[in-house]
Structure formats: C-alpha cells, structure tokens
Design a protein around this ligand. Structure first.
Ligand code: PLP
Length: 386
C-alpha cells in the first residue's frame, strides 16, 4: 500500500494507508468490526483469511497497514499496549542465555520487563550509555548481544543516539537493533530508513494522540522476525481490541500536524525554561546547547514535544510538578493536552536504585498543542511558588 504512487508523502500515508472506503456501502471511513468470529464458506473456507478475533480483525489490519506505511516498514503489528508489543518481540526473538544490551535511559517499564519478567527465564541484561558508540562497541566486543535496544529521544532525559551508527555496530555482531520511536513518532524520525531492524511504539502516546486509548505496535522489515512476532501476538493473545485499533487509526490521521505544533510549543517552552532563574538545566534536543542537538537535527525532522527540566533540588521539582494548572499532573505523554510528570516517583519509580535511576530534581513536561502563551504563563506562575 505504501508503494502506491498516490501514497508517497507522509501525511498522505497517515490519512489513507489501510483506510480504503468500505466496498459494500461506500462508507468513506472504514467501519469498526466488532465481530469476534467469521462465517466460513465450508470448513476452512475463510474470507480474506479472517477466522477468529484474536488471530485477525479487519480494523486491526487497517491499523497495521497504516503503521507499516508510516514507518516505511514491510509489516506492522498492533498490540494491547506498548509493553505487550515489547514483550511479544522479546519473547519472539530471545531464548534463555541470550542477552539484551539496553540504553542507559529508557522508559522504566521496559527495564522492568526485561530485568524482572524475562530475567528469571534466563535472559541477560546489560546497560550501556548508547550516546557513546565507543562504549557500545566495547560492550559488544566483550560479549555479543542478541538485541540492542535504544530509545532516541529517550525517556525522560532526551538522550539522542546515532541510529545509523548503532545499527552498524549491532549488525556487526548479528544483533537485532530495536528502536523505541515513541517520543519522536514516525512524523519526525523513521529508524528503519536509518538501519534499525524493528521499531517499537507505545501508541498510547503520540500515535493515538488524545490520551484515550492504550496500545502498542511493532514495525518490522524482516519476514522471519515478523512471522515470529505475529505468532506470539496470536498465541499469547495481547491484541488490540477493535475500538482501540480504530481510535488509534483516527488519531494517526492528524499525527503530522500535531507533531509540528508539539515541536513548536516545546521549543518555546524549553527556551522559556532555559532563561528562568529557578531552572538549573533543560533537556530538549531543540536547544543548541543540548549535546545531541546536531545529531537530532540530522536524523529527525523536528525535535518533538517532550521537555525535561532540573531544579535546585527534589523538593523544588516536586513543588513545581504540583503547582501548574494547565499542565496537569499525570503519567503518560503525547496527548493534545499538556501534562506534568515527576519521573522519580511516577513513570520511573520502577528504576529507583538501578543503573537507570533518574535525577530526583527532574520534572518531565509533555507539551501539548494549546496556545503556547498560556502554557508559558502557567509555568511562570507555578515557578513563582517554587
Ligand atoms: N516506551 C516508551 C518510551 C514509553 O514512554 C512507554 C510508556 O510510557 C512505553 C514504551 C510503554 O507503553 P504502554 O504504557 O503503552 O504499555
């Protein structure tokens, strides 16, 4: 579908890939198929391959085609959550004795999944700062890994990793290179084109885009890896439900527009915070002072909507997090509304005391698409109380 000459541009793919009108009624928007089972024309006589809701559903297929087209990949798979997608991929690829080389800053739940769920089944885990490709090279030479896993930009410190460089190092030792593209979204960065093997998403975030549906996705080029992951999706069953898939599809249609506005607003918020006396450090790849700024400008087409900031101490960060009004104090990110998060006690509580612990004086802002003056006024007012 993404090869169609009509579907070259990203925004065109976002609106049309997998979204052909309903051939029976002409309905322009493909319907939500709630049916859990499908009539057979004689035993085994399946129409379009649909048999049972866990193994396949047309609404989920529509989303999977759309996801693959957005990331420029061959195959998309949609799951009940981002972690369900991660779990399926990890279990599809790994066996006891294999190791995952994980970036030093990732979503706490990803670390928890590998360390606490797969660890007891014999999967090893090493953590390395992947901003430093020399360190990755040394770690892989010491012992090859089966999977190299990175988030860029990372959650919550906005580390930027060179995807093309990482892919080369991973492939040299036969590893599968996985990029969690949740923060950038395919509107701003397409890791498969840079050499990655698999893209992971929490579609709960920017792809859904409206904080009203939990979901996850894998986009894969290699047919064998796809077949293994698809088998896990079917055999373990963490599929997205039809309405969840449909809502995600609807959100995706405005992804390009939203990411532009998220990026513009986040840039303005980052610049405001960088000039504020009570902020000691701002982490945003759009700032020229960010160590990954030039790399991000090369491998992304925008810097995204997440800004993290450090204050003098933990008490000040907690006070700021509890003082904003438009920025609502809540977990998650990527919706149209602005959210405030205190990672140490919220999204990243599960990595306290580990190599991935986040600074206690850090707040993370998911900058929404509201009027930016209102967002800055909200932060200014809240910072006056810190
Ligand atoms: N990856 C990243 C970067 C995330 O931020 C999250 C959730 O916050 C996940 C994966 C997990 O996704 P989900 O919460 O949809 O399971």
């Amino acid at each position: 579908m993404s090869d169609s000459p009509d579907l070259r541009g990203f925004e065109t793919r976002a609106v049309h890939a997998g979204q052909a009108f309903d051939p029976t009624t002409g309905a322009v928007i493909p319907p939500v198929h709630f049916s859990t089972t499908y009539a057979q024309d004689g035993i085994g006589g399946l129409r379009e391959g649909y048999e049972y809701g866990r193994s396949g559903n047309p609404t989920r297929t529509a989303l999977e085609v759309q996801l693959a087209a957005l990331e420029g990949g061959a195959y998309g798979l949609s799951f009940a959550s981002g972690l369900a997608a991660e779990d399926a991929l990890l279990r599809a690829v790994l066996k006891p004795g294999d190791e995952v080389l994980l970036a030093g800053d990732v979503y706490g739940g990803t670390y928890r999944l590998i360390a606490r769920i797969l660890g007891p089944w014999g999967v090893g885990l090493r953590v390395v700062d992947m901003r430093d490709l020399g360190a990755v090279d040394a770690a892989l030479r010491e012992r090859p890994a089966r999977i190299v896993w990175v988030e860029t930009p990372s959650n919550p410190l906005l580390h930027i990793t060179d995807i093309a460089g990482l892919a080369k190092l991973g492939h040299d030792v036969g590893a599968l290179v996985v990029v969690d593209n949740t923060f950038a979204s395919p509107a701003l960065q397409q890791p498969l084109a840079l050499g990655a093997d698999v893209v992971v998403h929490s579609t709960t975030k920017y792809l859904g885009g409206h904080s009203d549906v939990v979901g996850g996705a894998l986009v894969i080029n290699d047919a064998a890896v796809y077949e293994q992951a698809k088998f896990l999706q079917f055999a373990a069953g963490a599929v997205s439900g039809p309405l969840d898939a449909w809502l995600t599809t609807r959100g995706i249609k405005t992804l390009g527009l939203r990411m532009q506005r998220h990026s513009e607003n986040a840039q303005a918020v980052a610049e405001f915070l960088a000039g504020h006396a009570k902020i000691t450090q701002v982490h945003y790849p759009g700032l020229p002072t960010h160590p990954g700024h030039e790399l991000a400008a090369r491998q992304m087409t925008g810097f995204g909507g997440i800004v993290s900031a450090e204050l003098a101490d933990a008490a000040s960060a907690r006070r700021l997090a509890e003082s904003t009004r438009l920025f609502q104090l809540a977990e998650s990110l990527g919706g149209v509304e602005s959210l405030m998060n205190y990672p140490d006690a919220m999204t990243h509580a599960s990595v306290r005391g580990t190599d991935l612990a986040v600074p206690e004086n850090l707040v993370r802002l998911s900058v929404g698409i509201e009027s930016v003056d209102d967002l800055i006024a909200d932060l200014d007012r809240a910072l006056a109380r810190v």
